[in-house]
Design a protein around this ligand. Structure first.
Ligand SMILES: *Cc1c(COP(=O)(O)O)cnc(C)c1O
Length: 361
């Protein structure tokens, strides 16, 4: 039980980041998006830490919602893709879940439901992302159908932005205009903003924010953005050096010999690899921290190990701590060097990595 690779999750930082989301839009409420096991941070632990402050939670499916209910979470839970089949309607009722309705089939199922108590529905419009949502031209009729159902207590009007992570992107303006044009006269709260729009697009704030990645301390933007600067990292992926060796110029490291030493090089082997969720596509130069000092990946990442450059750290030796992402190594930087996004790093953390929690409140 001594493999040193571990993830540490800072629950107080997640609460801080949730408060930061709400501070962007005073008066708006916010769904804390905890789908995909709270982006790899552990949905139950995160939801318990947020429950005292969160207005509501959002997940991808009934299975994720029931896990939270079984853990004692009583706040509303929105199913961001609604139900996948009518058999789930019984859970909506018994577990008090809040469905999205994004297509005609779901609308039919929800209208035919006979729950023991009324439920809220989040009616989604496709304003241009072309993934989920009613056609704008059909939206008012869909709204009228739901409004006619005595078992539908409230209808939240929602849409999802495709390009909010590029703050000046013209698609966002077009999507907002489409939403206003086709939902403008309808009653009900509005929900448009993912993290990128929470931080970068006040016009999209509406009544219900939907922050996800920002809760986990990663910026949704490709570049530095002033309103993302206050986010606190929430996950540290840590390991240790398990071997250190000195190589001569011309010697190669690891599978495929991808990295060839140009000069005398000290190489550290770290006990973490792609089977832990570290990206196999990390390029030479991907940042890491050894003993709190900057280092970089050199050579291809293997299943259980990766290699880092210790040439600047002549005293580094086996047992020394390595941070792969966290407060010293932004997950966004690791992601950028691996042609992916922090979302994928966090959600890809594997079961093999034990997660521990701290909560300094
Ligand atoms: C996942 C999701 C979000 C959160 O997105 P982030 O980019 O992580 O903030 C918001 N809305 C919907 C509909 C989602 O599916």
């Amino acid at each position: 039980m001594a493999r040193p690779t571990r993830a540490r999750v800072d629950l107080a930082a997640i609460r801080h980041n949730y408060a930061h989301a709400k501070a962007q839009a005073p008066g708006a409420r916010a769904l804390a998006v905890v789908k995909a096991d709270a982006y790899g941070h552990g949905a139950v632990a995160v939801a318990r830490a947020l429950a005292p402050v969160a207005d509501a939670f959002a997940v991808a499916c009934t299975e994720e919602a029931l896990e939270l209910r079984e853990a004692g979470i009583t706040k509303p839970i929105v199913l961001l893709e609604g139900v996948f089949e009518p058999s789930e309607l019984a859970h909506l009722d018994s577990a008090r879940l809040t469905p999205v309705a994004h297509n005609r089939e779901q609308l039919d199922w929800l209208c035919r439901a006979r729950p023991t108590r009324p439920f809220q529905v989040w009616l989604k419009m496709d304003t241009g992302m072309h993934r989920l949502g009613m056609e704008p031209a059909d939206f008012a009729a869909a709204h009228a159908r739901l409004a006619d159902c005595s078992h539908v207590s409230e209808i939240v009007l929602m849409t999802h932005l495709a390009c909010a992570d590029e703050p000046e992107h013209p698609a966002t303006r077009a999507q907002l205009a489409c939403f206003t044009a086709h939902a403008g006269g309808l009653p009900g709260p509005r929900s448009i903003a993912n993290s990128a729009a929470v931080l970068g697009c006040p016009a999209a704030h509406g009544d219900w924010l939907r922050p996800g990645i920002m809760l986990y301390g990663a910026t949704p933007f490709g570049e530095a953005h002033p309103s993302a600067a206050a986010l606190r990292p929430t996950m540290q992926l840590q390991s240790q050096l398990i071997s250190v060796r000195a190589l001569d110029p011309g010697e190669a490291i690891g599978y495929g010999g991808r990295y060839v030493c140009q000069a005398p090089t000290r190489v550290g082997v770290v006990a973490a690899g792609y089977a832990d969720g570290y990206p196999r596509h990390a390029k030479d130069g991907t940042p890491a921290a050894v003993n709190g000092k900057p280092s970089r990946v050199i050579g291809r990442v293997s299943m259980d190990m990766l290699t880092v450059d210790l040439t600047d750290q002549p005293d580094a030796r086996p047992g020394d701590p390595v941070q792969l992402w966290g407060d010293a190594v932004p997950a966004n930087d690791v992601a950028a060097a691996s042609d992916t996004i922090a979302y994928q790093l966090f959600t890809g953390l594997s079961r093999r990595v034990p997660v521990s929690y701290r909560d300094d409140s």
